[in-house]
Design a protein around this ligand. Structure first.
Ligand SMILES: NC(=O)c1ccc[n+]([C@@H]2O[C@H](COP(=O)([O-])OP(=O)(O)OC[C@H]3O[C@@H](n4cnc5c(N)ncnc54)[C@H](O)[C@@H]3O)[C@@H](O)[C@H]2O)c1
Length: 348
């Protein structure tokens, strides 16, 4: 296969989504075109327009369910795909509890199809999988490194991440060196591209803190509910490791380069986090300060399954991938608000 730009295209499942659209931009910046597969069940073509405006190039896009094996086989063949970044899946913890079957069908089905199609192609295949710090459950130590015990997830969503990790490892092990994979355990991605042209656009009530804050700032919601103010943390509210989505996206490019440098047949896990924990109130106050907006909030009871505090030990990614998060909490809060305003004004 020739080393043309087209032959180096990277399959990006879920590439119209929040994180995927930022990865498409960073891939383009590294000279790698993305071939995006997304059924738009939680995203829209607006993200594709945003990617095109930022990069100056229309992304190749297929509106396809990533479980559709025939369609996926055709796309992989047509674009000589050997590398895939796999994000397609459902991500609401609450929905996964009320509709676990759908979560298992989609989140495992998309992975199985991708692995089947790459295996069938006969050549080598490299996969980067969007996993989550949720696989650590209640971590046995903090900061959480990759050796912390994984698999005690609290909900079906978390279990799909853990099962996918196991499935990928088994298939790579059986591939006689033809497949290799990196499992990226994300901590808490927030923020948006500084252009504001792509960002997190939740449908319905946001599941996560930052989109909730931006919706309160935009006047779409009256106030923020802060779940729990009696945790054993510095101000009583939960502490998480928030990472700018642009830093996270750059981590995928570094992971791809790592896979290209290392021999086939490997599966390696990397945490993508900053190594710093911030409390809910610290996020709220930083958002208020950098954007000069008041965020009314009210304390509410703890949510079942939430833990007081966790943050990453990202030193393995720094050592092996040559990657570290560079953007600050201020950047995350400013860029999140900028994207909320920009995307809303374009939607009108
Ligand atoms: N956002 C987070 O906090 C976070 C944290 C850890 C892991 N992750 C994982 O990262 C990935 C991306 O997350 P996100 O926040 O960008 O979510 P997102 O919902 O914005 O993106 C997921 C994309 O996958 C698409 N999709 C869903 N099912 C599909 C299917 N069957 N076929 C094709 N496309 C399909 C959706 O339309 C969406 O565009 C997900 O796998 C998620 O579980 C997210």
């Amino acid at each position: 296969m020739q080393n043309t730009a087209e032959s180096r295209a990277v399959l990006l499942t879920g590439g119209a989504g929040y994180i995927g659209s930022h990865i498409a931009v960073e891939l383009a910046a590294s000279g790698r075109p993305a071939v995006i597969v997304d059924n738009l069940c939680n995203s829209s073509e607006e993200a594709l327009r945003g990617i095109a405006e930022i990069t100056g190039v229309e992304p190749v896009f297929y509106r396809t369910d990533a479980r559709d094996k025939d369609a996926m086989r055709e796309i992989v063949k047509k674009h000589n795909i050997t590398e895939a970044i796999h994000l397609a899946g459902l991500k609401s913890v609450a929905e996964s509890v009320s509709n676990p079957l759908e979560y298992y069908k989609v989140n495992l089905g998309t992975t199985l199809t991708l692995l089947e199609v790459l295996s069938e192609c006969g050549g080598t295949g490299k996969v980067i999988f969007s996993s989550s710090a949720t696989v650590y459950g209640v971590p046995d130590h903090i900061p959480v490194d990759e050796d912390a015990f994984a698999g005690t997830c609290f909900n079906p969503y978390g279990r799909t991440k853990y099962f996918n990790e196991q499935i990928i490892a088994d298939v790579v092990a059986a591939s006689e060196g033809r497949l290799s994979a990196v499992l990226l355990r994300y901590f808490n991605p927030i923020g948006a591209h500084p252009s504001g042209l792509i960002g997190e656009v939740p449908t319905g009530v946001p599941n996560n803190l930052m989109p909730y804050i931006t919706q309160v700032a935009a006047g779409k919601r009256e106030k923020l509910y802060v779940y729990g103010n009696d945790y054993e943390t510095r101000d009583g509210t939960g502490v998480r490791d928030y990472i700018h989505v642009v830093d996270l996206a750059r981590g995928h490019v570094k992971a791809l380069e790592w896979l290209e440098r290392h021999g086939e047949g490997k599966v390696e896990i990397f945490n993508l986090g900053t190594g710093r924990g911030s409390s809910v109130l610290e996020i709220v106050h930083t958002f208020e300060r950098v954007n000069n907006i008041k965020i009314p909030y009210e304390f509410a009871p703890r949510r079942p399954g939430d833990i007081a505090e966790y943050y990453a030990d990202p030193s393995k990614a720094e050592r092996e991938l040559g990657w570290r998060a560079e953007l600050s909490l201020e950047d995350m809060c400013r860029d999140a608000w900028n994207a909320e305003k920009t995307l809303q004004s374009r939607a009108k």
